[in-house]
Design a protein around this ligand. Structure first.
Ligand code: 4NP
Length: 153
């Protein structure tokens, strides 16, 4: 399956999915891949806002710039515009399935499937756990595995 575009989805689109988007862009760039990456939230609470300040600060410490990103909510067109939609946790995946009204072409997948295929872990939400470094490291690992699996060298 040829994947040319990826949408990362979490709840608020201010912590996990913008981090995933920025890490994916950077790692894809380093590999010379041109894959479109975006992120969105299942909820619309933070529309138009930049990522959560503590998440931005942590990401910057690891070399990822979240500052240009702005939160948006998942829309129906995402299910046909993107080849692959990656949910950060089981609840995000359930919400995405509820939001999909029509037959769609995007493949829905859990981020944790790139960490453990058998029992995919949820990506813990640092908005609640306050462990921004821990969440970033899990996302970084998952994206490294995702790139090797989907775009082998
Ligand atoms: P995210 O984290 O889904 O990783 O962006 C959250 C951010 C904000 C809220 C919940 C989760 N909130 O309740 O506002």
């Amino acid at each position: 399956m040829m994947i040319n575009s990826v949408l990362f989805v979490c709840l608020g689109n201010i912590c996990r999915s913008p981090t995933a988007e920025a890490i994916f862009r950077e790692k894809a760039r380093r590999r010379g891949l041109s894959v479109i990456a975006d992120s969105a939230g299942t909820a619309g609470w933070h529309l138009g806002k930049a990522p959560y300040e503590p998440m931005q600060t942590t990401a910057a410490e690891f070399g990822y710039d979240l500052s240009p990103l702005r939160a948006r909510q998942v829309v129906q067109k995402d299910f046909s515009n993107f080849d692959l939609i990656i949910a950060m946790d089981q609840q995000n995946l359930l919400d995405l399935k509820t939001l999909t009204l029509r037959a769609n072409t995007a493949h829905l997948r859990l981020m944790g499937a790139y960490i453990s295929a058998g029992s995919p872990p949820d990506i813990p939400d640092p908005y609640y756990t306050r462990d921004f470094v821990g969440a970033l490291k899990i996302i970084e690992q998952a994206i490294g595995n995702m790139l090797s699996a989907q775009w082998p060298k």
